[in-house]
Write a protein that binds this ligand. Structure first.
Ligand code: SF4
Ligand code: SF4
Length: 271
């Protein structure tokens, strides 16, 4: 990416980072506590063993033996070299990266290899507008939530589009200096973790599920409940929703519409 203004979402600042394309959320148990434990053990093992580059493969075999590598989606690789980059455990990232190893780039030993690892920019870099990338970087300071949100294009773009339609302009990142507005947006993005209508199926992440042989885009059967497709359908799919009845769909719609209305009214009042 030669444009100096191009925003790279992966490691934006010292407060958070993303490791989604290294398989971070592809473990059957991808809860925060489980991932924290996994990344902490890896980082400790890596620091102990990989002082000597010849021991990197030993690190790999010990990690593969110590962890449960059962995956949500078989086709997505879960890389054993993803760990914590800082002692405060705020940033996830590649333990083989030269910045972690006194300038020595060890990514050649990885499954994807150095070139692929270094040159990869996921679709969010192309489909989330730059101003919205800046907003996400500004308001989210939690690696677990950050990676889930920045890789969910529909969740982000539909939300900001609906707000822009109501206030008559695109939101500027500076707007989120206002703490009330920041908190309302964070309530919405936090639903990526706390959404009460989330399907508990382990082969499901956002709008995708894996049926044992291929990825499929999931589907909400509104006709079964005698309803039109919800205008919030894309967001519901991003939040891995599964509804038991019409009442649950209505409750979910109220939650999201209320959040948007709260945002718009606070914006008109404060900005
Ligand atoms: S998923 Fe995207 S934002 Fe996250 S680390 Fe990979 S390329 Fe970067
Ligand atoms: S080696 Fe590649 S896939 Fe593995 S953690 Fe590093 S960047 Fe990610």
């Amino acid at each position: 990416m030669s444009d100096p203004k191009f925003i790279v979402l992966c490691q934006p600042d010292k407060g958070k980072s993303c490791g989604a394309c290294c398989g971070l959320y592809n473990y059957v148990d991808s809860s925060r506590s489980s991932l924290e434990q996994r990344l902490r053990s890896r980082t400790k093992r890596f620091r102990e063993l990989a002082q000597n580059p010849h021991h990197v493969e030993l690190y790999s075999s010990e990690t593969l033996a110590a962890e449960d590598f059962k995956k949500r989606y078989d086709v997505i690789y879960c890389c054993e070299y993803l760990g914590f980059l800082d002692s405060e455990e705020k940033r996830v990232g590649c333990l083989l990266h030269p910045e972690q190893n006194f300038g020595v780039d060890m990514r050649d030993v990885s499954f994807y290899g150095r070139e692929l690892c270094a040159g990869h920019f996921c679709p969010s870099h192309h489909f989330i507008p730059q101003s919205q990338c800046k907003i996400l970087i500004k308001i989210i300071d939690d690696w677990y939530l950050y990676g889930l949100v920045v890789t969910d294009i529909d969740l982000v773009t539909h939300y900001f589009r609906m707000i822009a339609d109501r206030i008559g302009s695109e939101l500027k990142p500076e707007v989120f200096d206002n703490v009330s507005l920041k908190n309302i947006a964070l309530e919405y993005f936090n639903w990526k973790i706390t959404w009460p209508f989330r399907s508990l199926e382990t082969n499901r992440l956002g709008k995708y599920y894996f049926d044992g042989s291929q990825y499929m885009i999931s589907y909400i059967d509104y006709a079964k409940y005698g309803r039109e497709v919800s205008p919030l359908n894309a967001i519901f799919l991003s939040l891995s929703s599964s509804f038991k009845n019409t009442q649950e769909i209505e409750e979910a719609e109220i939650m999201i519409w209320s959040n948007i209305e709260n945002f718009v009214s606070a914006y008109k009042h404060e900005i």
